[in-house]
Design a protein around this ligand. Structure first.
Ligand code: GLP
Length: 244
């Protein structure tokens, strides 16, 4: 779906998420959301916060799993996705602290593998992801599933692509400060979500969006795996949809 601008698209996506939360509330069920970081989802989170403040939208039945986190990364670090999520969403809504799950980039190396397996299991134990929000990186990554990621991959440690580190460099005040690794949900983790929405804003995403939607399915552009999902929507602005 191509919207006039990112504002309109974000409001539409926030509405879909709030409808799902309310529907689950009415059924007395939890709503399990997979959440993304980066600039793309910021307006969606802003709108959800507004709905909480002005329309009484409650997140008391919501359980969240974030896609990824840099490794190593301290929670208190302003570049952490932990910090990002609290700043843009969690600090402003009534979600119980124990319902928030974000990959832990501060673990000692020997504990990371077990953490990844437990993260994957926790998603399953909660009934799987009802809704997964995604952005897309210039390499075609979703979460931090860089080119070469396997179709059946689960939550694991990944080495970041050079292009990804270049894109992250401004936020870290130089590429040398960008971590070389990350923990990310896998392609299979994302694929198992019942509903997926990928956000793409601006001309600089036009090329990778075209490859993702119209290109051949390939591990070289991991986002192309989404073509095989039966309930995915790409929500774009005119810039990002410009080459379709
Ligand atoms: C990072 C995140 C991705 C995100 C991508 C795009 O690499 N790990 O989840 O989709 O950036 O970021 P942006 O939305 O800022 O373009």
């Amino acid at each position: 779906v191509i919207f006039e601008d990112s504002n309109e698209g974000s409001i539409q996506v926030a509405r879909e998420i709030s409808d799902l939360i309310r529907k689950k509330q009415a059924l007395g069920e939890n709503c399990v959301l997979g959440l993304a970081t980066g600039s793309s989802p910021i307006k969606v989170y802003e709108e959800l916060v507004r709905m909480h403040r002005e329309e009484g939208l409650s997140f008391s039945n919501v359980i969240t799993f974030n896609l990824d986190e840099y490794l190593p990364m301290d929670k208190s670090n302003m570049q952490s996705y932990y910090y990002f999520m609290h700043e843009h969403l969690f600090n402003h809504i009534d979600i119980p602290a124990e319902s928030i799950n974000i990959p832990d980039g501060s673990l000692p190396q020997e504990e990371v593998v077990d953490f990844c397996l437990a993260y994957e299991k926790k998603i399953k134990d909660n009934g799987g992801l009802d809704f997964q929000l995604l952005g897309i990186g210039r390499t075609g990554h979703i979460g931090f599933n860089e080119p070469g990621s396997h179709f059946n991959s689960g939550t694991r440690v990944i080495t970041l692509d050079h292009i990804t580190r270049v894109d992250a460099a401004p936020a870290f005040l130089g590429i040398d400060n960008v971590p070389r690794k990350a923990i990310t949900m896998g392609i299979a983790t994302v694929r198992n979500a019942k509903r997926i929405v990928l956000l793409g804003w601006g001309d600089n995403k036009a090329k990778i969006i075209k490859q993702t939607i119209e290109g051949k399915i390939s591990s070289q552009v991991p986002a192309t795996y989404l073509q095989e999902h039966d309930n995915v929507t790409f929500v774009l602005d005119k810039g990002a949809g410009g080459e379709l």
